[in-house]
Every structure is written in structure tokens, then in C-alpha cells.
Design a protein around this ligand. Structure first.
Ligand SMILES: Nc1nc2c(ncn2[C@@H]2O[C@H](COP(=O)(O)OP(=O)(O)OP(=O)(O)O)[C@@H](O)[C@H]2O)c(=O)[nH]1
Ligand SMILES: [Mg+2]
Length: 194
């Protein structure tokens, strides 16, 4: 069975639950006292997708502002980016939009983008409507799921959806276009040139 390595990075504000999502996916566990990530952390998990094995090489970045400048090292060369916000924090949703802009300008051109509205177990404290987030994700052709790392909701589904969207190896270049086109066309980018 063919093995494919897929580099995936997680981006988003501190405290939204990036590391918790990775822990749930890789270890199937949850730590309410998890520490903020310093720099970034790396984990892998291999799952079967159709007739292939997908080995996710997961870079979990630190959301604290002081680590902000490190992010490009992790999204460069990534097949997919998971941008996480906390459904109980409106400002985390705004940060997500800034990440989308940054990926559009500096990320890999065909990167698959997934948006995860985490902590959906805290529905009573919700500040971001699911419909608003879904509409935004649809407008940029991104994957969208609400997740709970705590209650193991939609975590495996999130990665399965990334597997589904990554262009298959056996398709010809013309048909392998299921990825997310963030970058503007060359004619448009020229206008930004000084
Ligand atoms: N209720 C609830 N709490 C969660 C969930 N996911 C994470 N948390 C909690 O949110 C806090 C922050 O989680 P982290 O996974 O460290 O967040 P992070 O995005 O990795 O933060 P940085 O590493 O600083 O960028 C922790 O107290 C977690 O236990 C969730 O799905 N539901
Ligand atoms: Mg973390």
C-alpha cells in the first residue's frame, strides 16, 4: 500500500485548543491542564485513506504573539493548514481571517485550508455562530468543522476531510485541482508589485 507523507500545520490564537486537537487525534486523550506550546511541537499519525496510507506530519505552532514570526517556517511546504478558533471567542475568529490573508500572500499556492471551530462542547458560551463561520469557510473554499478536543467531536473527521481534499497521486496534473487556491492569479499579483 502506498505511503504518502502529508505535512500539516495548525495555526490560531493561543488557547483555542490546537495542541488539544492534535493530542486527541494522535493519542486519543485530553489534558485540561495542558501548557501553552513553546515554539512549536511535532507529532505524526498514519491513517488509511482508500488504498493509501497517509502519514500526517503535524506541526502544532504556538499561538502566543511572541512566537508569531516562526509560523512561516511551519506553513511553508505544508499540504494543509488547520486554522483553529474558539467558538466562545469572537476575537479568535478575527485572528483566523488574518491567517487566511497571510496564507494567501505567503503560503504554498495550493495549500488545503481547514477551519476548525473548537470547544463546541461550550455551546452556552458561544460567540461565533456556526452559520457565519461556515459561510466564511465556503467563501474561501475551505473545509469547515466545529470540533471538541475535549469530547472527541469531529477530530478524526477533520483529518479525514483533509485526506479527501489532498490531490491524489495517480491523477494527472489537470485533474489534481481539488486543493485550495488561496493565491491570486499572477496577473493580479503583479499589480501589488512596486
Ligand atoms: N472545553 C474545552 N476546552 C478545551 C478544548 N480544547 C482545548 N481546551 C482547553 O483550552 C485550553 C488551551 O488548550 P491548548 O490545546 O493548549 O491551546 P493551544 O491553541 O495549543 O494554545 P497555544 O499552544 O498557546 O497556542 C486548555 O485548558 C485546554 O484544556 C475543547 O474542545 N473544549
Ligand atoms: Mg499549543
Amino acid at each position: 500500500m502506498a505511503l504518502r507523507e502529508l505535512k500539516v500545520c495548525l495555526l490560531g490564537d493561543t488557547g483555542v485548543g490546537k495542541s488539544s486537537i492534535v493530542w486527541r487525534f494522535v493519542e486519543d486523550s485530553f489534558d485540561p491542564n495542558i501548557n501553552p506550546t513553546i515554539g512549536a511541537s511535532f507529532m505524526t499519525k498514519t491513517v488509511q485513506y482508500q488504498s493509501e496510507l497517509h502519514k500526517f506530519l503535524i506541526w502544532d505552532t504556538a499561538g502566543q504573539e511572541r512566537f508569531r514570526a516562526l509560523a512561516p517556517m511551519y506553513y511553508r511546504g505544508s499540504a494543509a493548514a488547520i486554522i483553529v478558533y474558539d467558538i466562545t471567542k469572537e476575537e479568535a475568529f478575527q485572528t483566523l481571517k488574518n491567517w487566511v490573508k497571510e496564507l494567501r500572500q505567503h503560503g504554498p499556492p495550493n495549500i488545503v485550508v481547514a477551519i476548525a471551530g473548537n470547544k463546541c462542547d461550550l455551546n452556552d458560551a458561544r460567540e461565533v455562530l456556526e452559520k457565519d463561520a461556515k459561510d466564511y469557510a465556503d467563501s474561501i473554499h475551505a473545509i469547515f468543522v466545529e470540533t471538541s478536543a475535549k469530547n472527541a467531536i469531529n477530530i478524526n473527521e477533520l483529518f479525514a476531510e483533509i485526506s479527501r481534499r489532498i490531490p491524489t497521486t495517480d491523477s494527472n496534473p489537470g485533474s489534481s485541482n481539488k486543493g485550495f487556491k488561496l493565491r491570486k492569479q499572477p496577473s493580479e499579483t503583479k499589480r501589488n508589485c512596486c
